[in-house]
Design a protein around this ligand. Sequence first.
Ligand SMILES: Nc1ncnc2c1ncn2[C@@H]1O[C@H](COP(=O)(O)OP(=O)(O)O)[C@@H](O)[C@H]1O
Ligand SMILES: [Mg+2]
Length: 357
Amino acid sequence: MGKTANQNEASPSEQKFRRIFEDSMDGLILWNENYQIVDINCAAVRIFDLPIERLLGKSILDIFSKIEDKKQEIINHIEQVNNKGKKHSSMVIKWYDGSVKHFDYSTKHGIIDGMNLTVIIDVTEKAEMQEQLRKSDRLNIVGELAAGIAHEIRNPMTALKGFIQLLEPSIKAQHSLYYDVITSELARIDSIINEFLILAKPQEIRFLEKDVCQIMRETVELLSAQAVLFNVQFETHYENNLPLVYCEPNQLKKVFINLIKNAIEVMSDGGKITVSIKSVDDQYLQISIQDEGIGIPKDKIRKLGEPFYTTKEKGTGLGLMVSYRIIEEHNGHIQIESEEGIGTTFQLILPIRTIDN
Ligand SMILES: Nc1ncnc2c1ncn2[C@@H]1O[C@H](COP(=O)(O)OP(=O)(O)O)[C@@H](O)[C@H]1O
Ligand SMILES: [Mg+2]
């Protein structure tokens, strides 16, 4: 069509629309019922970074012929266009040089008889900016503090481990038991520090399908030393065969740590923390953390999650705020039930599959 339009003497109105098509900042592709590209503007050619001969007259299914899974995405997109008349999609493409591009594209069926129009926009900059925002947001104050402290402890720890090793022959002879306790406790501190560094380190946010019970087991294990110190026991109930949940595991772990730490801290005389995980209607995961602590007065419950709200002498009032935010990012929510003098239950409701992006 593009060729015939050029061959014939175009009317002023045709010329006007030709200009609009050519100069549009968005990529425009006109294709026919045989999926053949009939016309394509400069912006679209630039996006594909291919000579125009490789595009014009070719099948839109072959644009990404080298990237098999992209071909499938395009086929799905076209199926929807055929069924519903239009479709919006987005695509992430890793180019051969390793750079990553993000595109939004939408197609309208039968825009002029037998022709379909696809509009394609490069949204890489926007996507990168959003990712950066998420990253800076994620490395929250608590994380930074934990990372800082972990680093500070790590250096003297290295010295301690080194010198203890040097002393081994002379100590072991007389105080073998003490020596073993010291080295195993040092190893334990080391693993806790590493855990903190992993949690706090800025990492790519990656939602993955994960076993939430496993994340919870690791958390309970991590906090078991602190629990012993407070004379607190754990009781855990994990439903069998729970589905995997689409989540960011390190972030979820952060939430579990915050809630379990709070539970430990409100039981000054010791007690039991009951952790249970079960599924509701195969749609949600219900994670509950129940303590036998002092409880929360009714009028204070709504203050939970406000930044810097704390009733502890050395509290930061940040743990719950961070936790609420993380759970929101998972499209979940937190419910609290509490009775003064009896205890508190924090319930996390997490959707098993649905996540916006
Ligand atoms: N399990 C709980 N039982 C009773 N009160 C709680 C519990 N969890 C949180 N709170 C209340 O919420 C406040 C805020 O908690 P958090 O945001 O973790 O900050 P912090 O632990 O530093 O005080 C706590 O100071 C406490 O008053
Ligand atoms: Mg706390």
